[in-house]
Design a protein. Structure first.
Length: 259
């Protein structure tokens, strides 16, 4: 989906086009957002702002998405947009905007703030895979590459089953916030090998990169440290080193077989 296999993970109210461009030298993708698209999700976002959480609340969220993506047209990074909505129509429209600009549409099944969950956004979608699948299918039908941002350690949720469901609905990628359950990445990779798996949480050095890639992740993403160019360079170097070693190992194995 992108090279190098380092993504900038969305940070509420902070991840805009300027942020993406600042990290573009060391990342292959940048997930803008999250963007609340419809009335209920925007009302929840306003409640979050009232308790001092940063949120994007432009007057017209779809126009904002289009403008942000257009401003990255010449940037050396693949843009993506993380969205929240309680209804399908704006997800379809956002996906259409993404498809027209070769951007990734990411369905947010990740945010755990009570205000968002109460209206059926974010983490609540992990407990309603039928509705999550409808969001994914709606976005995929518009021609966008679709990612789903998820988190581990949600009571009653089997992320392997969630990954299977979103792949069946048309997702190309799953973006896993591993929390303190990193081996779940391996479980998802083994169960749904055709999904592009992006591993997230505490990615900031060689050790953390290698752990996730050893579990089978296709890429890693950087969250809070994404504004620090030293961290991004360190992560990119570690990713490229791991894949170079992996390619060398495969060539060596092929030589052994040929002999």
């Amino acid at each position: 989906m992108f090279e190098p296999r380092v993504a900038l993970a969305s940070l509420s109210g902070e991840s805009d086009a300027e942020w993406a461009r600042a990290g573009a030298d060391d990342a292959g993708a940048a997930f803008l957002g999250g963007i609340a698209l419809d009335g209920d999700s925007r009302a929840a976002a306003r409640e979050l702002v009232e308790r001092d959480r940063a949120e994007f609340l432009p007057e017209d969220p779809l126009a904002f998405v289009a403008a942000e993506l257009d401003s990255l047209a010449d940037a050396p990074v693949r843009p993506a947009v993380n969205v929240r909505s309680t209804t399908l129509a704006p997800v379809r429209e956002a996906a259409r905007l993404c498809a027209d600009r070769d951007a990734i549409l990411e369905v947010n099944a990740h945010c755990r703030q009570a205000e968002l969950c109460a209206v059926g956004c974010g983490e609540s979608l992990l407990r309603d895979t039928e509705r999550l699948g409808e969001y994914v299918a709606a976005a995929a039908e518009e021609g966008a590459d679709v990612s789903v941002k998820v988190r581990t350690e949600v009571e009653g949720v089997d992320l392997v089953e969630t990954a299977r469901a979103v792949e069946s609905a048309g997702a190309e990628a799953v973006h896993v916030d591993a929390m303190d359950s990193e081996p779940v990445v391996r479980d998802v990779v083994e169960a749904v090998p055709d999904l592009f798996v992006i591993a997230n949480n505490e990615v900031r050095d060689r050790e953390s990169v290698r752990e996730y890639l050893d579990y089978g992740a296709d890429a890693v993403s950087v969250g809070r440290p994404s504004a620090d160019p030293r961290v991004l360079r360190r992560v990119r170097d570690a990713v490229e080193e791991w894949f170079a070693e992996s390619a060398g190992s495969e060539e060596s194995n092929a030589d052994e077989v040929s002999r």
